[in-house]
Design a protein around this ligand. Structure first.
Ligand code: IMP
Length: 428
């Protein structure tokens, strides 16, 4: 029985909820393996709407075990705020487990994220300001604070001292901020210890045992391929491994336990924050996609940058993740267009590139080479089989599939949970 990874293909916000909903009742475990509260998803169950940033969506399904893996950075204030908001609405969260090895986002990470962005001026990344980058920087620098550290005050104090040593020089001398004291950080972190203790576990062991027992484990990737720290548009990326390999390192299972790699891709493209985006639109077509697709950030509320579908990006994502199945979301947003442009390659200084150029500067001034597909006018939101779609919509999907290097197994045709066409089951 499978370990199933779900990853974003583009720059995030592709609508992973469609895939997690589809797997729904067959899921035994949901694992968040990267990122922190920079993600944002709204889950609608019945008449209730839940906005989650840090907790995996599985927390809302009774009987599903939710895991925050070692690859995640955890802001304890946010963790408990989200848990309390769920408790207030009667949601049982006793099935949540947090890795003892996950790193903690502290006040100094949040402060550094904000002041560093301001200092960068025009070179800003456009981060979510949640302290994600500085927390991962400390992890790699080996001065991070892990979940297990907050259960031993002595160790915690030593580690916070080590972490603050250089940071206070930076904050005071470079950024003109006040120094942060060891006491305030230690006191803050210790205040969560007793509530956190029952949730902390060797989550890698739990997951391996679950896979051995034949359970279905869904590894839910935060952000997306083009925001991955290694494979994305560096430096305009997040600081974690958002690609399928991150599911193994970020949760403590071997890569051979990952049976299906499901890539989520929107029928057009969006991006939040700065960085290259070859198919970006600045005209009325952009306004059309943004308003029809409700393209405003869940975490920050920022209007998203929007553009046409970019086929080389999907092909690249298929390659770096090993995608076995694509879920194409929001096809219905394109309904009504006379023709639909698709980027099939790039023009870079007069030269054609069929794949993403390896040199980032080239990608910054890549111009899309567009192919035009006929649009359709009929409402497709009630289509439930591929044959229910108008011919033009089928041809659009088949063209994207042919260019993707893998198969399109599921198509999202509307906002409601059941508005999907399943061509191939994601669990078999
Ligand atoms: P950070 O993750 O806050 O460091 O931000 C780095 C970049 O990733 C910025 O461009 C953010 O807008 C982007 N980003 C982070 N999380 C998400 C997400 O969940 N969806 C879309 N973009 C994101």
């Amino acid at each position: 029985m499978p370990g199933i990874v779900i990853v974003g293909v583009q720059w995030g916000d592709e609508g992973k909820g469609k895939a997690t909903d589809l797997l729904g009742e067959r899921t035994d475990w949901v694992v968040k393996f990267n990122g922190g509260n920079n993600a944002g998803h709204t889950v609608v169950i019945g008449d209730e709407k839940y906005a989650l940033h840090l907790l995996p969506s599985g927390i809302l399904s009774p009987g599903v075990n939710a895991i925050i893996g070692n690859g995640v950075v955890v802001d304890l204030e946010v963790l408990f705020a989200e848990l309390e908001a769920l408790h207030a609405r009667g949601v049982d969260t006793s099935h949540l487990r947090v890795s003892a090895n996950a790193h903690i986002i502290t006040q100094y990470h949040r402060t550094l994220d904000k002041v560093t962005e301001r200092f960068l001026g025009k070179r800003q990344i456009g981060t979510t300001g949640r302290g994600i980058g500085p927390a991962y920087a400390d992890k790699i620098n080996r001065v991070g604070i892990r979940v297990q550290d907050i259960f031993d005050e002595n160790i915690l104090r030593q580690k916070v001292e080590g972490a603050l040593d250089q940071k206070n020089h930076l904050l005071v001398k470079i950024f003109n901020r006040r120094a942060i004291t060891v006491d305030e950080i230690v006191e803050d972190l210790l205040s969560y210890a007793e509530r956190l203790r029952p949730m902390v576990a060797d989550t890698g062991l739990l997951l391996n045992d679950a896979l051995d027992a034949g359970d279905v484990v869904v590894f839910e990737g935060g952000q997306a391929t083009m925001l991955d720290v290694d494979h994305g548009t560096y430096p305009f990326v997040t600081s974690s491994s958002a690609t399928a390999g991150g599911a193994a390192t970020g949760s403590g299972v071997g890569p051979n336990r990952l049976d299906r790699i499901v890539g989520i891709v929107k029928a057009y493209t969006t991006r939040v924050g700065a960085g290259p985006f070859p198919t970006e639109l600045f005209d009325e077509n952009g306004d059309f996609l943004r308003s029809r697709g409700f393209e405003f950030g869940t975490t920050t509320g920022r209007p998203r940058r929007v553009g046409w579908y970019d086929a080389p990006i999907t092909r690249y994502a298929t390659r770096v993740n090993g995608i076995t199945d694509l879920v194409l979301t929001k096809l219905d947003i394109l309904t009504g267009l006379d023709q639909i442009p698709v980027c099939v390659a790039y023009d870079i200084d007069g030269e054609r590139f069929d794949e993403i150029p390896v040199n980032q500067s080239d990608f910054h001034h890549a111009k899309p080479i567009l192919e035009y597909f006929p649009g359709w006018k009929d409402d497709i939101s009630r289509a439930r089989t591929f044959e229910d779609l108008p011919l033009e919509a089928r041809e659009y999907v088949l063209a994207l599939e042919a260019m993707s290097g893998t198969r399109i197994s599921v198509i999202g045709v509307g906002a409601s949970r059941d508005a999907v066409i399943v061509r191939h089951d994601l669990v078999d």
